[in-house]
Design a protein around this ligand. Sequence first.
Ligand code: SF4
Length: 473
Amino acid sequence: MNAHDSERMDEVLRSQGWNAVENASGADLIVFNTCSVREKAEQKLRSEVGKLAPLKRSRPDIIIAVAGCVAQQEGDALLKRITHLDIVIGPDNIAELPALVRAQVGGAPAISRAVFDISSPYFLTANPEPGRVPVSTFVTTMKGCDERCSFCVVPYTRGPERYRPATEIVAEIERLVDSGAREIVLLGQTVDSYRDASLPPPVSDDPDESQFPSLLRLIANSVPKLSRLRYTSPHPRHATASLAAVHGELDVLAQHVHLPVQSGSDRILKRMIRRYTRAEFVARAERLRSARPGMTLSTDIIVGFPGETDDDFEQTLSLVREIGFTSLYGFSFSPRPLTPALRLHDDVPKELKRERLARLFAVAEEIGQAHLKTLVGTRQQVLVERSSKGERPAENSDGPRRFEGRTARNEIVHISIPQGSGALGEVVDVDIVEANKHSLEGVLTESARERLPADRPTTWMRRGRVSLPIMSA
Ligand code: SF4
């Protein structure tokens, strides 16, 4: 969500004549986009902004802004604490950023603007520069969250759920696909709780049912040129029978769902206020998998939640094995401001949290590796997304270039592509020849190589973390 917000800030600033520069000393404006989901990210912000104090002293005209969830959470207090800060801006106020910057250039006092757009939600439309659309592109479907998971600060920093009209979502996807996007990742805090009165109503009065399956159908039918459709992150509560059914129906939907479970212990799930039991989660995961054979699942897990015993943690490990998550994001619990879990005693020692996290990652690696090895010797369809990390082929080199793509099940595949061929954005047949620790090595099939178009003079952008746009007027 933050990476997506950074892209929108980049666009609104560029539209007003700002451009990115290489480093802070050459900038007229520095925007930190922040996350407050974990304490570490917040500490990092303080340290990074702190480092700019000497620069601000030597160049008082430079404008320093903090955006995102820390800005929303702290508002004015942040301005008081960090006196060389000029702007504090919440996620719902991104469109106002250029005007606030203009006011600062004109000498206005430092300002905090962090107001939720509850009565008339506004979704900034993606407006990428022509030829700079990432192969895989995020599209916002909703903002905020109505859940109250006891550990999570998001409902307080992103506000209540507000949904973007389906017609607006489809129009944005059409525009992005026409500009070169091949995969769309629908984005929402609980993306599968989506509602829009213009869509067919949920299939029952069950509060877990939503209109998300209808939105997926609408997108698939309206944008036939779309190669792949993913979404993140669904709440397991809304992974209903109708969501499973739509996975069985629509080929365009990826064979992968990131389904955050957080814990494998019912006792901890209850304390986390996740509103499902382990057995319910397993049943929902299995239902999704049986709707689309071969589907992979990944997840998020918190270790060391207050009161988590050795037995609770063992249950988490056993769930990871039972489901066979092919990858996971694991985090140590850290108390966040405003959250109900603050009232619980953070009683799992840091060292024990570290140990549990290491054991969790070891199990995840074992499962992930075993899964990747089963794919060696198979043929897979890979959407080529970008040059492999760190690869900067010499301008005039004749050798093949290394690219990275993903299968529909989300396995990362590295491929060598002959010079002169335009592979980015293509779905290619690849023979898998080797399994690395977290990815696969593939070789283009003969016919895939022949079918590759000539290299296009298009600049493709990477989707990824845009954490620190440094802007110059
Ligand atoms: S569902 Fe829970 S974890 Fe996810 S954003 Fe909402 S409150 Fe946070």
